[in-house]
Design a protein around this ligand. Structure first.
Ligand code: AMP
Length: 142
C-alpha cells in the first residue's frame, strides 16, 4: 500500500499555521480540529512542524507564558516529509525509528496531505483483515 491510498481515503486537508502566530493560536486549532500536528508555513514554504508533544515540552520548560510566544520558538524546523509514491511500510518504519507520529506529504514543494501514525495503523489493520478474508475464502473453497 502507498501513501496515495491513505490520502485518497482521508482527503488532502492539511492544517497550517505561520511561524509568527502565537502558541495559543496553535492550541486553538489543534483542539478545534481534533488533530495532533500543524505544518508551519510561510506562504507555500514549509518552515517546520509543531505537534502537541512540542507544546507539552514547551510547557514543561517555560510554563504558562508559552501561550503568548511565537510558534517558531517551539516548532521543529527539520521536517521529514514523504511522497505519495512512498510505501506505507517505509513511512511506518521511519516514524518508529525517528519517534514521531506525523508526516506531511510534499510533492514538488507543495503540501499534499498529512499522514499520522493513526492512519498508518488503520491502513495496516485493513490490509491484515483483507489478507485474512482472502485466506478464509481460499480455505473454504478447497
Ligand atoms: P509527534 O510524535 O508527531 O508528536 O512528534 C514528536 C516530535 O517530533 C516533535 O518534536 C515534533 O515536532 C517532531 N516531529 C513530528 N513529526 C515530524 C516530522 N515529520 N519531521 C520532523 N519532526 C517531526
Amino acid at each position: 500500500m502507498h501513501v496515495s491510498t491513505i490520502i485518497g481515503d482521508k482527503g488532502n486537508a492539511v492544517y497550517t499555521i505561520e511561524p509568527g502566530q502565537m502558541l495559543s493560536d496553535a492550541v486553538n486549532v489543534l483542539c478545534e480540529k481534533r488533530i495532533g500536528a500543524l505544518v508551519v508555513v510561510s506562504g507555500a514554504q514549509v518552515e517546520g512542524i509543531l505537534t502537541e508533544r512540542d507544546i507539552m515540552h514547551a510547557l514543561h520548560k517555560d510554563g504558562g507564558t508559552i501561550l503568548s510566544r511565537p510558534v517558531r520558538d517551539y516548532m521543529t524546523s527539520e521536517v521529514m516529509a514523504c511522497k505519495m509514491t512512498d510505501s506505507v511500510d517505509y513511512i511506518r518504519s521511519l516514524m518508529t525509528s525517528q519517534r514521531f507520529r506525523h508526516m506531511p506529504v510534499i510533492e514538488d514543494g507543495l503540501l499534499q496531505g498529512m499522514v499520522s501514525i493513526g492512519d498508518v495503523v488503520k491502513s495496516r489493520i485493513a490490509e491484515v483483515e483483507a489478507e485474512t478474508d482472502a485466506l478464509k475464502s481460499y480455505i473454504a473453497s478447497g
